[in-house]
Design a protein around this ligand. Structure first.
Ligand SMILES: *Cc1c(COP(=O)(O)O)cnc(C)c1O
Length: 395
């Protein structure tokens, strides 16, 4: 059994706060602070350029990738780190598309995160493809033989709705298409099994449920059957078969290594590596069970005691990731009032209050406090003060 009391202790959780926004930015793992300062003191400062070999900076994107692989149902040597998620989406979708020449359509859904859609739209323009966007519940029926790529974010960032990865992948394969799964709200949140679902490509960020810190590097996975055939569109030198031969022409490295682009962010990756220590000993089945326990308790508590909000997430836990959202016509001000009371969730336009439950550090006490605080704010209408209506840059 996973010891969630112990995993909670791995994080710095500021006194007096109930943090339910780990689906946007995970809290700081205590080990990350120490590891980054040690890296600065012993590696960058003393080793300088030799750190690429002596401290293993060059191989770090693969080593950290191996640690993430276990959390997404992938094998060792199948995941590599680097860049941001938006860039990894571009790489994965372009590579998948190129493996299906003669087909024009990239299919996604309107529950996807806008950046993924923007990136796919730009790619489609550049290569003469077509981005088709349907409602989340219409994805399965929209899969047909025009499709080159099905590009889906498994868990919807607003509603927490979870797509059936295995069923959609099977359907895409029957139609002769490939799949790209975005795991931004899945990795570290639910029991992802890329191999079991027979997916083709996957990408994700590490600053949400994986707690790697703001701007932490993204990951990309290619199924081994495609790894030596996938053609990277961003042909950077670090994805070359022999980067230090400095050839004028590009030859892709074997396997997933070709999905590297340029110099990796070593300091950020060091923080992420330390953050992943918290996952040692965590079983994905326990993670999922704990997540369902927390989200079920939250929904029950809010529906019993908070007037004026409506559930905006699937009621069936099998259809949900690890976040819950509710709608309220004054959602923005309500969330500002909650934050002022030390319960941190976030707001997504136009009226969505979003609460992420991270099994590694959230517990039933967090759920209770969030429910009680929300109930009080809604009952006494304390959200309706002018300063709670003022919009900040980041919501
Ligand atoms: C968070 C998120 C992103 C953010 O992409 P960045 O390049 O890391 O800013 C993209 N796609 C999805 C589905 C997300 O949830």
């Amino acid at each position: 059994m996973t010891d969630f009391t112990k995993t909670r202790q791995a994080f710095h959780l500021p006194e007096g706060l109930t943090y339910l926004d780990g689906n946007s930015l995970g809290p700081m793992p205590i080990a990350a602070k120490e590891r980054v300062s040690r890296m600065m003191a012993e590696e960058w400062s003393e080793m300088l350029i030799t750190g690429w070999n002596r401290a293993g900076w060059y191989v770090q994107p693969r080593k950290v990738g191996d640690r993430i692989a276990r959390l997404i149902g992938a094998g060792p040597g199948e995941v590599v780190m680097g860049d941001t998620l938006s860039i990894k989406v571009f790489q994965a979708v372009s590579a998948a598309r190129a493996l299906r020449p003669g087909r024009r359509v990239i299919l996604s859904d309107s529950g996807n995160f806008p950046s993924d859609l923007y990136v796919a739209e730009g790619l489609a323009r550049a290569v003469g493809a077509e981005l088709r966007v349907v409602a989340p519940e219409e994805v399965a029926d929209a899969i047909n033989e025009d499709l080159a790529v099905l590009m889906i974010t498994e868990v919807d960032y607003r509603t927490g709705r979870r797509h059936d990865m295995k069923a959609l992948t099977a359907r895409a394969h029957e139609a002769g298409a490939l799949t790209v799964w975005d795991l931004a709200h899945s990795a570290g949140a639910v029991d992802v099994d890329l191999t079991g679902a027979d997916a083709d490509f996957a990408v994700g960020c590490t600053y949400k449920y994986l707690n790697g810190g703001p701007g932490a590097p993204a990951f990309i996975w290619t199924h081994p059957r495609h790894a030596d055939a996938a053609q990277p569109i961003l042909q950077g030198w670090m994805g070359h078969a022999a980067p230090f031969a400095f050839d004028l022409g590009y030859t892709p490295a074997p396997g997933i290594e070709r999905m590297r682009v340029g110099t990796p962010p070593v300091i950020a990756m060091t923080a992420l590596d330390a953050a992943l220590d918290a996952w040692d000993g965590v079983e994905l089945a326990d993670l999922r069970a704990r997540s369902i326990e927390l989200t079920e308790a939250f929904i029950a508590g809010v529906e019993a005691g908070c007037p004026g909000v409506t559930l905006n997430s699937p009621r069936d836990p099998a259809m949900r990731g690890s976040q819950v959202s509710f709608r309220h016509p004054q959602g923005y001000a309500v969330m500002q009032a909650l934050i002022a009371e030390g319960v941190i969730g976030d707001f997504r336009a136009p009226d969505v209050l979003r609460f992420g439950f991270a099994p590694l550090y959230n517990d039933l006490q967090d759920v209770q406090r969030a429910v009680d605080t929300l109930a009080r704010i809604l009952r006494d209408e304390s959200w309706d003060r002018p300063h709670f209506h003022e919009k900040a840059d980041v919501t």
